[in-house]
Unconditional design. Structure first.
Length: 253
């Protein structure tokens, strides 16, 4: 008899759970229809998404297809995430355009060298590598707008399939800001090094982190490299100088 009661109770419990799940199913997906309409309406309104389709299940939107730029892929994901009642987005979009990794890397390097031309460009030292269309950005910048600008360049360059952000942003420091100004004047104001001030890409890049200075970039000669390091070391408040400048005359030997 006890065994019969247990079996009856188990059967009752299963029926109860099944009924509960059935009752909840419509609620879990009750927004799917409207979400699907909203997503499709947005996709159809943008020419860059003409090869994109979307499906919605339990308030999760899956987008598939091709776009020409990586930024288009990310913008669609960001837009859909903000739509009413959307819980998550599965982004299965691929970037249709392609370019050889070496050519893409050179293109990005050229763009980044001249990004944010002006006084502040001298305080950013960025690196870029490309593997199978995946771009990795590295290096140091002095503020977040500089980092965001570098990422935007990568995201909007044809051929880029993904972007990895390994850029370090210097901490806010009035002391370091003051050092940057004085280092810039000491280096670019030197009579031997003044020729580099004319170049808008500012070949000598000055990175400051809590008083520690690193110099990056390319100069014409070992003598120019040595002078830049000397001038940096002479600035009051500098704790150390890591001279990573590349001297062209040494490469040619």
């Amino acid at each position: 008899m006890p065994s019969l009661r247990r079996n009856c109770f188990a059967a009752f419990l299963l029926l109860t759970l099944s009924a509960s799940a059935f009752a909840q199913a419509p609620g879990a997906a009750r927004y799917d229809g409207q979400i699907q309409k909203d997503v499709e309406k947005f996709i159809k309104s943008k020419s860059q998404y003409k090869e994109v389709t979307a499906t919605t299940e339990d308030q999760i939107v899956t987008v598939q297809g091709q776009v020409k730029l990586y930024i288009d892929k990310m913008n669609l994901e960001r837009k859909v995430e903000k739509m009413k009642n959307v819980e998550a987005v599965r982004n299965h979009l691929t970037v249709s355009s392609s370019a050889p990794d070496d050519k893409l890397q050179q293109t990005l390097a050229d763009k980044l060298r001249y990004d944010r031309v002006g006084f502040g460009i001298a305080f950013n030292a960025l690196g870029v590598t490309v593997q199978n269309g995946v771009v990795t950005l590295s290096g140091n910048v002095h503020d977040y707008p500089s980092r965001d600008s570098a990422i935007a360049i990568a995201e909007t360059t044809p051929g880029v399939k993904d972007v990895i952000d390994n850029i370090e942003v210097a901490p806010t420091s009035g002391f370091d800001d003051d050092l940057r100004v004085r280092l810039y004047r000491a280096i670019y104001g030197d009579t031997v090094l003044q020729k580099y001030a004319i170049d808008p890409q500012k070949p000598i890049r000055i990175v400051v982190d809590h008083g520690h200075v690193s110099l990056y970039g390319v100069v014409d000669s070992q003598n120019d490299k040595n002078i830049a390091g000397l001038r940096a070391n002479q600035v009051s408040g500098v704790f150390s100088v890591d001279n990573q400048l590349i001297a062209l005359d040494q490469i040619r030997k």
